[in-house]
Structures are given as structure tokens and as C-alpha cells.
Design a protein around this ligand. Sequence first.
Ligand SMILES: Cc1cc2nc3c(=O)[nH]c(=O)nc-3n(C[C@H](O)[C@H](O)[C@H](O)COP(=O)(O)OP(=O)(O)OC[C@H]3O[C@@H](n4cnc5c(N)ncnc54)[C@H](O)[C@@H]3O)c2cc1C
Length: 461
Amino acid sequence: MDNKFPNKISLNAKSVAIIGGGLAGVAAAWMLHCSGYKVVLIEKRPFLGGRAYSFTDSATGVEVDNGQHVFMRCFSEYISLVKQVGSFDKTKLQSSMNVEVRDSGGNIGVLSSSPLPSYLSFLPSFLFYRYLSINEKIKAILVLLKIKFIKNIQSEDLQNISFKDWLKNNNQSEKSIRNFWDLIILPTLNDHSSNVTTSMALMVFKTTLLGDRHASDIGFAQYGLSTVMGTPMKDKLVDCGVSLVLGKQVLDLKHSKGVITELKLSDGQKIKADFYISAIPPFALMSLLPDSLKKTELGLAGTHDFSPIINAHIWYDKTVADFEWTAFINSPLQYVFNRSVISNLDQEGTYLTISISGASEFWSKTKEQLKELLVDELNKCLPLTASAKIKRFIIIKEQRATFRNLPGASINNRLKSATPLDNFYLAGDWTDTGWPSTMEGAVISGNLAAKAIIARDGSGN
Ligand SMILES: Cc1cc2nc3c(=O)[nH]c(=O)nc-3n(C[C@H](O)[C@H](O)[C@H](O)COP(=O)(O)OP(=O)(O)OC[C@H]3O[C@@H](n4cnc5c(N)ncnc54)[C@H](O)[C@@H]3O)c2cc1C
């Protein structure tokens, strides 16, 4: 459906009202618009982008993300959407995967892909990876090969066991789990391997490191997330005639005889459409659902658990690092992004963003406590910071950053796009996409909901 959007929408076009202007809602809006539907997208905040947004920090004048967002080349539907709204040139995507992993001793280990085919591609770098012994590397390679050839990753056994226990059962040491497996699991699933199902962890490895040679090339927005996503998405949708209702919340879903009949907004406005999509997080859906619908399978939306992310933003008065971004092992720093280099900032000094995934253990710490902890750690790991002055420090805590993939959850609460109501569909990263809570999952979910409406409606308009 690339760029085949109609210039003129037929007078008989059916209408779709989409609740939620995150990536899922935007993807659904775009695909339905391209298929000839009249689309209205309602977002409670005054901007699009949902959990991936930025704002201008008044003290520095710099655009600050609510949280560093990373994608990979295997995020094909996300990349396609960003290309279609015309802002892919505002992202940076590696031509081949290369991850530098530092420790507090100043050492650097590298994981990178080579010209070898497919899943063998990263092995040469792995053999030189300094944070595992030869014995641990051989054992890890054997497990990677095992993962490559496991066919049914959704088996009950794999759903019920934590990835950490599964790794231990497969001869992986604590050190190997910490210095290799969790290096990938923590940022992708926003939880430690002890808290994720083996099924989802295997999906991550099969799709990234063991996927196509370029699957795990890493990318991120070069500028603020709203400059790269929310704003161009808004402009594109408005330009081609999608109705945007921003800054208004949907407060009520009216339903009768098995269909949604109307949405009520916070300003009293009522919106009627032929089809409706909920592209909001599961807890937000729960607060909209009338009690009678909570008793249907839709009520499973209320059973999701969430994992937090904390981002620290620090401005130093001097240049303290020259890398674009790096991972740290055995450190709360986890992943550090040098926004001065990435965004080519025209300012003296260095602006670093520290992204802490699976941040429950840090959640109760105050801003001052986090500052002390992270600044001390930076002084150890990046010694140039010790002699630099901190000009500004911001902490952003996102409590419900991503839904969790806990092991042994006895219910499948990732709902399909179709619902018990005939004209009501679900989207959102938490729905049944097969992907973890990511931008790719969100875009896939929006596309799936749009396709379900198009299929239900015949060939579309
Ligand atoms: C700090 C942080 C870091 C992250 N890092 C990454 C990363 O590195 N890589 C990655 O791929 N993913 C990352 N994610 C996850 C990613 O942001 C999400 O998976 C994705 O953005 C979810 O999109 P969505 O459209 O499903 O939901 P959301 O983005 O939550 O969008 C839902 C929208 O619905 C709106 N809404 C809610 N209720 C109503 C209502 N009643 N009426 C109208 N509007 C309503 C909300 O305001 C919101 O805009 C991160 C998330 C966070 C918070």
C-alpha cells in the first residue's frame, strides 16, 4: 500500500474512528486512509507519537526524548511507516551491526556482524568478545545453535520457564547471562532474563542476532522523537485529509446490539463512525469499557503488568566522550547515548542520555539519589566526566513503559484485533503481534487492525 493514498475520498467511503495517536493509531490511520476510508484519529494529548515523544527543555533549548528509543533493521513495518511519512532521513541506521560494550576498567568488547551469512555473521566478533571465557563462548554458541533450530517457540514449556532458568538448564553461567544474554534481553524486553518467558526471549534472538545478517543493525532518531515521528506524522495525515482531533480524550464508548454506536469526547463532542479502533494501552481501554464489555474477553486487557524505564539526561560543560552510544556491563549505566554527537549539537560540552531498562530496582530512588549513583558511575566508567561540571540534570521516569512478558502467565492476554463487537477493533503494542512491546509491535498492530477492517468490509472502498 506504499504511497497509494487517494487524492479524493469517495463520498460513499466508510468511516473509521481511531482512539489513540501513538504509533499503532497512526499506522492504522495511514493504512486505512490509503485504502480509501474516511479516518478520524482522536488523541488526548496535543501531539502524536504516544510513548515515543520529545519536548524542548527550556533550560538548554535542546529537544529531549521521554526515553531513548532504538530500532533495528528487522523493524520492517516501523521503518516502512517512517519512510512513508518522509522522515527516515532523520534517523541513523548502522550499515552493519556494531555494539561496543565497555566496563569500568576502560576495556571495550565488540559485538559486530561480518560478511558471513545469516546467523554466523556475528560469530567472529563473539570469539574475541572479552567478557566471556572461551569455555563460556563455546557453550553460548551451542545454545545459539539450539535456538536457531527450535521450531515451536510457543510451546507451553517455553512459555512457563524464565529465560534465565532455561539458560542455566543449558549450561550458561551467571557471568555469561549477565555479560552476554542480558545485554540483549534487557533493552529489547525491558526486563532481566529472570523475568521473561523463554518463548519471547527466543523470538528476540531468532529475529535479531540469528536472523538475517542485517536484522540487528541498530538505528535511532537523530533528532528528538517528535521531530522524527510525531510532527511529520501529524503533517502527513493532515495533508492527505485525515481528521485529527488532538488534545481531547475519549471518555465513553456507547454500544448497543453488539456494535459500538458512538464515542463521547472530553469536550462533549460525539463521534459516530462505521468502524472503531482502540489504539490505546490496555489500562486506558479498561477505563473506557462499560462493565458489560469487561466481562467479555476484552476484560483480559486488565491483566497486563508493566515494566519501568528511567532515563537520565546530563549536560557536561566539556567534551567527555566521543562515542555515539555504548553499552556498559556490570553497571547501572546500561546504555549511554551521546546526544551531542548523534544530533550534531551546536553547543559546547556533552549531552549524555543514560537509558535504564527494567528499572524497578531504581524506581523508589529520588532524583538526587539517582544523580549521585549515576554521576559516580560515570566518573568511574568515563573518567573525563570527573573533571567536568554538570550544567543540567533531568530524570524522566516512565512507570508503564512496556508491558511485561512474565514467565508462566497462565492466560493469553494479548488480544487479537477483532473483538466480540462487530465494528470494534484493537491495536496497540500489547495486542497479539508476536512482538514484544516495541515501536515495531505498535506499527504491526495498527496495520493488523486496519487489515482486519478492510477484510471484514470486503475489498475496502
Ligand atoms: C521510556 C521508553 C523507552 C522505550 N524504548 C523503546 C525502544 O528503544 N525501542 C522500541 O521499539 N520501543 C521502545 N519503547 C516502547 C514504545 O514506545 C512503545 O511500544 C510504542 O510507542 C507503543 O505505541 P502504541 O501506539 O501501542 O501505544 P502508545 O504510544 O501508548 O499510544 C497510545 C496513545 O493513546 C492515547 N490515549 C490513551 N487513552 C486515550 C483516550 N481515552 N482518548 C484518546 N487518546 C488516548 C495516549 O495519550 C497515547 O498517545 C519505549 C517506551 C518508553 C516509555
